[in-house]
Design a protein around this ligand. Structure first.
Ligand code: MUC
Ligand code: MG
Length: 366
């Protein structure tokens, strides 16, 4: 079965409220839906969320690279030749989110062809994941209200708090208010999106000691190599690399240089193929992983849970799977449901992301 045509469809869905963090803010999900059509009539689907402030990719750049650079080289290839497809894309550096979407769409088509869920093809370890909800910048009391509401409505008991603000006291206060208001049984971890220096991060860790925070993600720019290594050595909790490790090679560099001791895996930027490589690297070295959120729609979140639930190491911790709740609408025909703080995989051929065509027509851009 061969790749016949690749579409990159821009669409925009507004957020109910903006999500703010140290490296940017999002008001609209201006994403790209990637569709790979095969000569047998099957269509593989994936979502590409551009994150200009993180990787430099935009909606326009993703469309351009998929349609003008990748598609002409991929059309005619066998859908099963995933390593060849990947090698073709890897001739071009960067553009991780565009590559990730093509990769997931290929896996989706393969699963459909075989009549098997991609979750099972990848590993089929378990059938659901615990959900971690990401809290953007807000005054401390509003953060607590949001977390309490997500606990009550969805049973979510793990929260990633966006930090990285100055003065540091803003985030330190938010940590204290959340811990006091949520009690000791709720997991709280932090993501600074490079907002601090490594030494500021050390100060925050000192001033939040005793709050039981479990991880600190991307505290500073990874280029701050010496101070960051010192932070990793002195931190009582894992220092997670996220945007500093878009590829497996970056993961090796950060782990070997002591810039991180845990890794955030995001299917949106790694697809399933490179995410598997990153996971193998981490489990081989005995390094913890988390399943991260690229501020994904339901289509993207379904890809994350498909991968995360497929392996023991990725399903151990709660995955960041719920920020589609910040969006006014979505494209999935059968919406994702969060029950008792968990999301289930779909036992359908492929990834199981059936698109509501009316919604796509409504939100599609020229
Ligand atoms: C995260 O984990 O950093 C914010 C920016 C981005 O690229 O992803 C999100 C979440
Ligand atoms: Mg992050």
């Amino acid at each position: 079965m061969k790749i016949q045509r690749i579409e990159a469809i821009p669409y925009a869905i507004p957020y109910t409220h903006p999500l703010r963090f140290a490296s940017g803010e999002v008001h609209t999900a201006d994403h790209v839906l990637v569709r790979i059509h095969t000569d047998a009539g099957l269509v593989g689907t994936a979502d590409a969320p551009p994150r200009p402030y993180t990787y430099g990719e935009t909606q326009a750049s993703i469309i351009e690279i998929v349609q003008e650079i990748f598609a002409p080289q991929l059309i005619g290839l066998d859908i099963l030749d995933r390593a060849k497809i990947r090698a073709v894309m890897d001739r071009t550096i960067n553009n991780q989110v565009a590559k990730g979407a093509v990769d997931i769409a290929v896996w989706d088509a393969v699963g459909q062809m075989l009549g098997t869920s991609v979750h099972k093809l990848l590993g089929g370890y378990t059938d659901s994941m615990r959900v971690s909800h990401m809290l953007g910048f807000r005054p401390a009391q509003e953060l607590l209200d949001e977390a309490l509401r997500f606990g009550q409505e969805y049973g979510i008991t793990t929260f990633k708090l966006k930090v990285g603000r100055r003065p540091l006291a803003l985030d330190i206060e938010a940590c204290h208010v959340l811990r006091e208001g949520l009690g000791d049984d709720v997991e709280i971890y932090l993501d600074a999106n490079r907002g601090w220096t490594a030494n500021e991060a050390l100060e925050v860790l000192r001033r939040t000691e005793g709050l039981g925070l479990t991880m600190l993600e991307e505290p500073c720019d990874a280029k701050e190599a010496m101070s960051r290594r010192r932070l990793v050595e002195h931190s009582p909790i894992p220092i997670v690399a996220d945007e500093s490790v878009p590829t497996a090679g970056d993961v090796s560099r950060e782990l070997l240089s002591g810039g991180a001791n845990a890794i955030c895996i995001k299917t949106a930027r790694s697809g399933f193929t490179e995410a598997t490589e990153v996971l193998g690297l981490c489990t081989g070295l005995g390094v913890d992983v988390t399943m991260g959120n690229q501020i994904d729609t339901q289509v993207g979140s379904l890809a994350t849970v498909t991968f995360g639930a497929a392996f023991e190491a990725t399903s151990r911790r709660a995955g960041e799977l719920s920020n589609f709740l910040d969006m006014a609408d979505d494209l999935l025909a059968d919406p994702i449901r969060i029950r008792d703080g968990r999301i289930s995989v779909r036992n359908l051929p492929g990834v199981g992301a059936t698109i509501d065509e009316d919604k796509l027509a409504h939100y599609r851009q020229a």
